[in-house]
Design a binder for this molecule. Structure first.
Ligand code: ADP
Length: 478
């Protein structure tokens, strides 16, 4: 089993190994070629000198030195012309006096050579150094004399250059091959499995859990795939259980709401008859108590209606009947309904556009009424006595009308604003101020506006107020 880490390690080791072999081989090759050349030259020269002079003292005589020089020249593989143009120079140097006995260097080079350090006593008999564009070889040939050679880099490294010329593209080629191999391995061992994993994760993020990854595949992802499949299995199970529980819950709520509706209507009707004093006069206390009961019953009816609406929305059973609707008329009619509550709570309302003409919107008037009523109810409910509610209609481009309801109320705490359209959500400050509320109004409203192809947005400053805005498209014939 390969782990992701081990694959990287294998590749790294492979890379280092191949690189190392290359460096080693090229170093060995260049070294061998170079030293082979030196040794050949040296053997030939020593031989040549040896043949020409029999004892080192003989070199003291200038005649013998000339013989040696000629012999060496002849032994060298270069022509005289080449020597003079700097392909190869040689010197015989007296190691004690550092005196140059024989030289083939042009006079310009002479000064430079004499400044060169001569062979030390303890050094080997061959010293190779590379100065400027020359390779210099110094060795003690015939004691106490040293033979010094400077071979032009071009000529000495001719073979080496050839080698480098072939080695360099070879090395580049190898590196390219390694890179390609690494890419292919990385693609099949990492990228492709990751792509598969990503595809499956994308599907699951969209709620598709009927997916799995191939567990038979080899490589580092096999284990991950296995674990991922197990995880998907668990999520599916949890989801199915959740769906079952939530459908049971919603069935229960719907059934309970349906069952409650009829008795609640009956209670409302009964209290209303007594309140209307159809069965005789009521004293103040009786009336007050009955009014409270009537109000509470109304709240229960509203809650039951909200629950049934949510059920219809969630199951897609809420039917819409779109037609041209005058938004101003609709708002005015809702204002009539909420006015008693506004008076009761000492809240003033400003609706400057109440007599303006706007194009009709494409809406289901009853659903849109519910939206406006919910916004005004909330604005009144979450305002302090003496507060102010303002309604503004704005005609936007692309045939859209925007309705804003602004209040100077408690506002929505910043950290809870993102949850505001969630089912049953009520902000902490709202719960504190108003115990009455289901937390379903905004959810229902948002769903209704969506069905109208509109949008809902809000701005709220805690302690200062809130503005809710919804948009609806203008009615057009097509
Ligand atoms: P509720 O029945 O609680 O009013 P809604 O769905 O209509 O339910 O509103 C959800 C929550 O949003 C409210 O409980 C309240 O916290 C907050 N909210 C809505 N409108 C306003 C407003 N005008 N000012 C302050 N808070 C508001």
């Amino acid at each position: 089993m390969f782990s992701l880490r081990s694959i990287f390690l294998y590749l790294l080791v492979l890379f280092l190994l191949i690189g190392g072999v290359f460096v080693f081989v090229s170093a060995r090759l260049s070294e061998n070629v170079f030293f082979d050349q030196i040794i050949t030259e040296r053997t030939r020269l020593i031989g040549a000198v040896g043949e020409a002079i029999f004892s080192s003292e003989d070199l003291v005589s200038s005649n013998n030195r000339n013989i040696a020089t000629d012999t060496i020249r002849k032994a060298l593989p270069f022509s005289k012309e080449q020597e003079e143009t700097g392909v190869l120079y040689f010197r015989f140097i007296h190691t004690d006096t550092q005196q140059i006995l024989v030289s083939s260097a042009p006079s310009e080079e002479e000064k430079f050579f004499t400044r060169l350090p001569l062979i030390g006593d303890n050094q080997g008999d061959v010293i190779v150094s590379s100065i400027r564009d020359r390779v210099e070889i110094t060795y003690r040939g015939v004691e106490p004399y040293a033979l010094w050679m400077a071979i032009s880099r071009d000529s000495s490294f001719g073979a080496l250059a050839l080698l480098t010329e072939t080695l360099l593209p070879l090395t580049i080629g190898m590196v390219l091959i390694i890179v390609i191999i690494m890419y292919v391995v990385a693609y099949f061992a990492i990228s492709l499995p990751l792509k598969k994993l990503r595809g499956v994760i994308e599907k699951t993020s969209k709620g598709e859990f009927d997916v799995s990854l191939p567990e038979r595949s080899q490589g580092p992802f096999r284990d991950i795939y296995k674990k991922f499949n197990v995880m998907i299995g668990s999520i599916s199970t949890v989801r199915e259980r959740d769906e079952f529980i939530s459908s049971m819950k919603s069935d229960f709520i719907t059934t309970a709401a349906h069952q409650l509706r009829t008795p609640l209507s009956a209670i409302k009707w009964a209290i209303k008859i007594i309140l209307d004093q159809d069965f005789g006069p009521l004293n103040i206390d009786q009336r007050t108590i009955l009014m409270k009961g009537y109000e509470s019953n109304n709240r229960m009816i509203r809650l039951v209606n909200d629950l049934l609406d949510v059920d219809r929305i969630d199951s897609g059973r809420l039917q819409y009947d779109f037609h041209p609707v005058s938004i101003v008329n609709l708002i005015n009619s809702v204002i009539v309904v909420v006015t008693p509550r506004m008076i009761e709570r000492k809240i003033s309302l400003i609706f400057l556009d109440k007599e303006k003409t706007f194009p009709d919107v494409r809406a289901d008037s009853e659903k849109l009424r519910q939206v406006i009523q919910n916004l005004l109810d909330n604005a009144i409910k979450y305002s302090y006595p003496g507060g102010k509610v303002t309604i503004v209609i704005e005609e936007r481009k692309n045939n859209i009308l925007a309705v804003s309801v602004n209040d100077s109320g408690i506002g929505i705490p910043k950290d809870q604003q993102e949850k505001i359209f969630g089912k049953f959500f009520r902000a902490a400050n709202a719960r504190k101020l108003q115990t009455d509320g289901s937390g379903l109004g905004l959810y229902i409203m948002q769903q209704i506006i969506k069905k109208h192809n509109g949008e809902v947005s809000f701005k709220s400053e805690p302690g200062k107020g809130t503005t809710f805005t919804f948009t609806v498209p203008v009615y057009t014939d097509n």
